[in-house]
Ligand binder design. Structure first.
Ligand code: ADP
Ligand code: MG
Length: 339
């Protein structure tokens, strides 16, 4: 006989962890978003062996009160969402209250935190889902999280991790996406004790792109800034000479969230039609700012896919804005001139 039984919380958290946390890079994405939600002005990401051995994130945000530390790592506990109505006007990056729980369920996890008004910091260790008691610790204002032995308790997942270079690539990518969208926050990335990226706060978008992709690329960007029906689109597209063999040079953001969207990628390619050879893709760094009730970010656990109230409007806004900017820049004049 088969009996229906509720899953144990341990199993539930391992399943949830699988959805949110695939690899060290996805843990870094979640932790960066938490630091931003906490109003951090500077964030340091420090990893060892591509994040397979250690991921550490240090921020100077508002911290977590000592008595709330156990809740921070509990399942479905969040300080960011109260009722279902809030789901449609989300301003914070997080809201599902599952990232810390998921990560702590599959790693040796340590969180240290101290809000400004609390004199002594507090520390909580969780070993693959089993929390210790909260202890006192010395800690600057803010939050520090360390993840060791990620997936040691889920061997199938550990096995699927790639080489440390590949995993580090994903960590760096998570950091770059976040830094692009948050120019007013400082980001530093350290790998095996070597500083790989250091982006000071108050860098402009073009400077940020220069830090991560080199000045040669940053110098060849065409600015885009257009508003339509209350939706602002701004950022840069690359001069056609920067074309790439794939669409990985395209960064799209909605309300500061990095997203992937086939239809919008297609609009970018359409805008460049005739300027690039087939099979070549333009470089783009584009940001939509729009009312949060016109976009549903609650579609996917990692929030990388969103649903627009009016996808056609987004498509044509993107296409027309790039085209118009091209028409008014010298660039196309040169390109269109007969050889
Ligand atoms: P969510 O971000 O969806 O709320 P998380 O599991 O990522 O869920 O975090 C749970 C809670 O822990 C957050 O709602 C927040 O209150 C707290 N928290 C997590 N990281 C930080 C941080 N770096 N600084 C301050 N508070 C944090
Ligand atoms: Mg979060």
């Amino acid at each position: 006989m088969r009996t229906i039984r509720p899953l144990s919380p341990d199993v539930v958290s391992k399943i949830a962890a699988g959805e949110v946390i695939e690899r060290p890079g996805s843990a870094v994405k979640e932790l960066l978003e938490n630091s931003l939600d906490a109003g951090a002005g500077s964030i340091i990401v420090d990893v060892a062996e591509g994040g397979r051995d250690l991921v550490r994130i240090v921020d100077d945000g508002h911290g977590i009160p000592r008595e709330e530390l156990p809740l921070a790592v509990a399942a479905h506990a969040t300080s960011k969402l109260i009722g279902a109505d809030d789901l449609f006007r989300i301003r914070s990056f997080g809201f599902r209250g599952e990232a810390l729980n998921a990560i702590a369920g599959v790693s040796d996890f340590t969180i240290r935190s101290r809000p400004e008004e609390q004199e002594v910091g507090a520390l909580l260790e969780v070993h693959h889902g089993h929390p210790d008691d909260v202890r006192d610790t010395a800690c600057p204002r803010g939050t520090q999280i360390e993840i060791r032995n990620l997936f040691a308790s889920v061997p199938v997942r550990r096995k699927f991790l790639k080489s440390k270079q590949t995993e580090f690539g994903h960590v760096a990518e998570a950091m770059i996406r976040t830094a692009l969208a948050n120019p007013d926050v400082g980001f530093r990335l350290v790998h095996n004790e070597r500083v790989v990226h250091d982006r000071p706060r108050t860098a402009s978008l073009r400077e940020t792109i220069g830090v991560f992709f080199g000045d040669r690329l940053a110098d060849k960007l065409v600015p885009i800034d257009a508003e339509r029906d209350g939706i602002r689109l701004h950022g840069f597209v690359g001069d056609p000479s920067l074309d790439r063999p794939n669409s990985r040079g395209q960064y799209l953001f909605v309300n500061r969230r990095y997203i992937r969207d086939r239809s919008l990628s297609h609009a970018i390619s359409e805008a460049f039609r005739g300027l690039l050879m087939t099979g070549r893709y333009p470089v783009a760094f584009l940001f939509f700012e729009m009312p949060s009730d016109q976009v549903d970010v609650n579609v996917h656990p990692t929030k990388i896919e969103v649903r627009f109230e009016n996808p056609h409007q987004m498509y044509s806004h993107l296409l027309a804005s790039i085209r118009n900017e091209f028409l008014s820049s010298d660039l196309t004049a040169t390109l269109r001139a007969p050889a």
